[in-house]
Design a protein around this ligand. Structure first.
Ligand SMILES: Cc1ncc(COP(=O)(O)O)c(C=O)c1O
Length: 398
């Protein structure tokens, strides 16, 4: 039987490295895992305590509201006002999702179908490319690897990439997915570039979907802009905001789609058919996290910044030059020249086998990802320093 929606999916290359890691660990090796972007930092204590309390109340054991309980939606509206100066109507402009990944995937069902085209960044977090495909649409890639190097992309660079993708798309796209700070390249944009992207979308009559997963993971005083800070963005943009990285609540599966009311209503309608929302005690605890631990995202981000420094300084000391990211929980590292011929998958496998350090091969993030590996900052500073020492011993050609 043909499994239609999955038959054309390429093999998930990350699992090849992961299997090597698991096998090495089984054989008793201490592998330092900087592969998967799975946060290791604890969730806020107030949320954990509230969850334990709320779960004991049988009233919370029933089906919850698929679009999120009112207090949860109010809490994210307050967070947006406090954090970005953006006013959101919690009734019309906010819907809760079971993580940003679920939200983005089902949003594509709402927005595109067979015969449509969506623009998606590449390299990218894999669901950015596959969500439109699961909905039956075609994807044209916005080549972020052609923007300067990591660091900050200018408005001109972003517009150039959008225009190039637009020109190649047939039929003309209805939707463009963006995500800054960007996983995996760590490219960031400022409000000026966002403003240019919004003006472009209005002119081209494209809906912008901004995945803002690293809204709070930013360093050295950089403050990533919400797309909704741009005047007029409410007419042509929606944004995914998640507690996964900001509040280090990955397993809880709490995120939101916010912005254009018509699109929010569309996703709410679809989700009313698909799910009953996140387990209510989790929604209650997530509300408490946003209301009572507003300082937590900055604390989490400071931890990632220190880890970034240990990794970037360490790699530089051993002769592997990488750019120092301004945001995300990753370091995007071009393969050292002497190893470039191996390609990112073989190089990642080599690092697990020889250095006991797991990374993600760039090729797994789609076209433009080859030639780099991604380090995720999900082990503590001591472990990252240990990884650098091990890399120094292994990479003798540096
Ligand atoms: C760009 C991006 N979007 C979404 C997610 C996942 O978010 P969530 O846990 O809310 O589904 C990640 C996680 O790594 C990510 O990098």
């Amino acid at each position: 039987m043909e499994l239609r929606r999955v038959v054309s999916l390429p093999p998930y290359v990350f699992s090849e490295v992961n299997e090597l890691k698991v096998a090495a660990r089984r054989a008793g090796r201490d592998v330092i895992d900087l592969g998967f972007g799975n946060p290791d930092i604890a969730s806020p204590a107030v949320a954990v305590d509230k969850l334990a309390e709320a779960v004991r109340n049988p009233r919370n054991h029933r089906y919850s509201a698929s679009r999120g309980i009112p207090k949860l939606r109010q809490a994210v509206a307050q967070l947006y006002l406090r954090r970005f100066g953006v006013e959101l109507d919690p009734e019309r402009e906010v819907v809760s999702t079971i993580g940003a990944k679920e939200g983005l995937s089902h949003l594509m069902w709402v927005l595109v179908g067979p015969g449509d085209t969506a623009l998606s960044p590449s390299p990218s977090y894999p669901i950015h490319m596959y969500a439109p495909v699961f909905a039956g649409a075609k994807v044209e890639l916005i080549r972020l690897d052609r923007l300067g190097r990591q660091g900050t992309a200018s408005g001109d660079e972003l517009l150039g990439a959008l225009e190039e993708a637009w020109a190649a798309a047939a039929p003309k796209p209805r939707v463009a997915i963006l995500s800054f700070p960007h996983n995996p390249t760590t490219v960031c944009v400022d409000l000026e570039a966002m403003t240019r992207a919004v003006a472009w979308a209005r002119e081209r009559e494209v809906l912008l979907v901004h995945d803002f997963a690293y809204s709070d993971t930013a360093f050295d005083g950089f403050r990533p802009p919400s797309i909704l800070e741009v005047p007029g963005a409410m007419e042509c943009a929606v944004e995914l905001y998640t507690l996964t990285k900001s509040f280090s609540m990955a397993g809880w599966r709490v995120a939101f789609l916010v912005g254009n009311a018509e699109v929010v209503a569309g996703l709410s309608q679809l989700k009313s058919y698909l799910d009953y929302g996140t387990f209510q005690p989790i929604q209650i605890a997530a509300t408490v996290a946003m209301n009572e631990a507003p300082e937590y995202p900055a604390q989490v981000s400071a931890i990632y910044q220190s880890r970034r420094d240990v990794l970037c300084d360490g790699l530089s000391r051993i002769g592997w030059e990488v750019d120092r990211p301004r945001g995300t929980m990753f370091v995007w590292a071009p393969l050292p020249a002497a190893y470039a011929e191996m390609g990112s998958l073989d190089f990642s496998k080599y690092l697990v086998a020889e250095a006991a350090v797991a990374t993600s091969p760039g090729v797994g993030f789609g076209p433009g990802g080859e030639g780099s590996v991604r380090f995720a900052l999900i082990e503590n500073e001591q472990r990252i320093a240990q990884a650098v020492r091990s890399l120094r011993r292994t990479l003798r050609k540096l």
